[in-house]
Design a protein around this ligand. Structure first.
Ligand SMILES: [Zn+2]
Length: 476
């Protein structure tokens, strides 16, 4: 307990500067792979705190790594700082009011995510120095979580290969260890090429790329009956071949997102989708070019690390929200449907206590929870296949707040968000201290990961020849 209390004090001693960092990043929302100002803010802070900084990790201009310490186990904290399009919103108001119409906004709280992870790394650095401990601490500033899968590219480049444990978090309504439930996902573009011709004068000479996509979608929709029930497939037309119905569409392009419960189930499903695309090309006498854009693995849980983090949540207790925090959270809840709020409660593992607008406790251990976790995809998944990884859920906003919403942006620099961010930094830093104090837990975490991946080793879901989509935010 002595070390735990010390690390909490070290977090508190520096929290103000990191809250300001979070607020500054909130105020400069930048999309995937264009987080130049936000990344520079993180570099500044790393340098101020005495970390050795590596820039352009994996050749990505906005990916950074800060390190301190020379020998011993490597404990990494993962941070993010990318924002989302169209979610510009003033802070502290419970109605939609963009700062800039159509502008970007931190609708997923990554301003808090990066700042708290860096705060935890700094507190651990201070703790190691104060006690002369042999361990290395790293902070990875990871861009483009939203749609860019930067961490997957960083894993592919070997950026985490000597890391012993990785710790991260995400802002949500709940304080607790996050379940490792996410879907592996691949985004793939299918570009069909046929032959254009006048649809009335020479229809027999045309070969329609648009027809090919329609047939492909029909084929995939028939496949849905015969795929695992927790797999997901979505598609969107990127190019429907033009706006003239009297011209046979010579070119057309569709983007698919294929998700499955595990990496290897996803690989199998992708092969089936590709066969359907090739079948559609065969039927229409067109050709198809298939290109993976980005991909992420599913999250791998880690029993020993989850237990270590749970212990830290239990020691620390709930986030110290006050009545003003609760009042604003209730105003946000007034903009949500009762169903959104109650389904969020049901997922939390708490018994429904719908009178509470903020998380006033700590979620029970994962094994004791009921309800279905939310299914999404994250590039933390790839890190978790190669390094024992644990994620916290930090309580920073009102129960029921939908992800990627103006309500999320509006709460991103409120006192409740700051309290939740400092709270989770204490939990993450405390977990790291325990791993350094108890090498047997770190060894158990490694054995746990080895056992989980023994039968199905990690295969990077992004092909070797695919580079990070650095121009994606500009539509490239
Ligand atoms: Zn997020």
């Amino acid at each position: 307990m002595r070390n735990t209390e010390e690390i909490w004090h070290l977090v508190d001693a520096k929290k103000d500067a990191f809250i300001e960092l979070s607020d500054r990043v909130w105020g400069m929302p930048e999309l995937l792979y264009t987080e130049f100002r936000s990344c520079a803010e993180h570099v500044d802070m790393l340098e101020k705190q005495g970390f050795r900084v590596t820039k352009e990790v994996a050749g990505i201009p906005t990916a950074i790594m800060g390190e301190a310490g020379d020998e011993g186990p490597v404990i990494a904290f993962l941070g993010e700082y990318d924002a989302l399009p169209g979610l510009s919103q003033e802070a502290g108001v419970a109605e939609p009011r963009p700062v800039e119409a159509g502008g970007h906004g931190h609708g997923c709280g990554h301003n808090l995510l990066g700042a708290a992870a860096l705060l935890a790394a700094t507190a651990l650095k201070d703790h190691l120095e104060k006690n002369g401990l042999k361990a290395r601490v790293r902070y990875y500033g990871c861009p483009a979580e939203e749609g860019g899968a930067a961490k997957t590219f960083m894993v592919r480049a070997g950026a985490f290969k000597d890391v012993d444990a990785a710790i991260t978090w995400h802002p949500f309504a709940w304080a607790g260890v996050q379940e490792a439930d996410s879907l592996a996902m691949t985004r793939i573009d299918f570009s069909f090429t046929g032959r254009s011709s006048h649809a009335a004068a020479a229809p027999h000479l045309g070969r329609s790329a648009l027809d090919a996509i329609e047939l492909m979608n029909v084929g995939v929709n028939y496949m849905r009956e015969h795929m695992p029930s927790d797999a997901r497939i979505h598609y969107a037309y990127l190019n429907a071949g033009g706006i003239a119905p009297n011209v046979v569409q010579g070119e057309a392009k569709v983007r698919y997102a294929v998700r499955a419960h595990t990496l290897h189930e996803m690989f199998a499903l992708i092969e089936r989708v590709k066969k359907i695309a090739q079948g559609a090309a065969l039927m229409t006498e067109t050709s198809v070019d298939i290109k993976v854009l980005s991909a992420t693995a599913n999250l791998m849980g880690n029993g020993p690390l989850e237990q270590a983090m749970q212990n830290n949540f239990d020691r620390l207790g709930p986030v110290p929200f006050d009545d003003a925090d609760r009042e604003f959270a209730r105003k946000i809840q007034a903009t949500l449907t009762p169903q959104a709020i109650s389904s969020n409660y049901n997922r939390s593992g708490f018994r429904p206590r719908t009178d509470e607008a903020l998380c006033e406790g700590i979620q029970p251990p994962i094994a004791e929870r009921t309800g279905t976790p939310m299914l999404g995809s994250t590039d933390v998944g790839d890190v978790s296949w190669v390094v024992p990884t644990v994620q916290a859920s930090g309580a920073t906003l009102a129960v029921g707040t939908p992800a990627h919403s103006w309500q999320w942006t509006a709460q991103g620099k409120m006192p409740a968000a700051h309290k939740g961010m400092v709270h989770v930094a204490k939990v993450m830093a405390g977990t790291a201290v325990d791993l350094i104090d108890q090498p047997e837990v770190l060894a158990a975490a490694k054995a746990d990961l080895a056992a989980r991946t023994a039968a199905t080793p990690y295969v990077c879901p992004i092909p070797e020849d695919v580079a990070p989509p650095l121009k994606m935010a500009a539509g490239g």
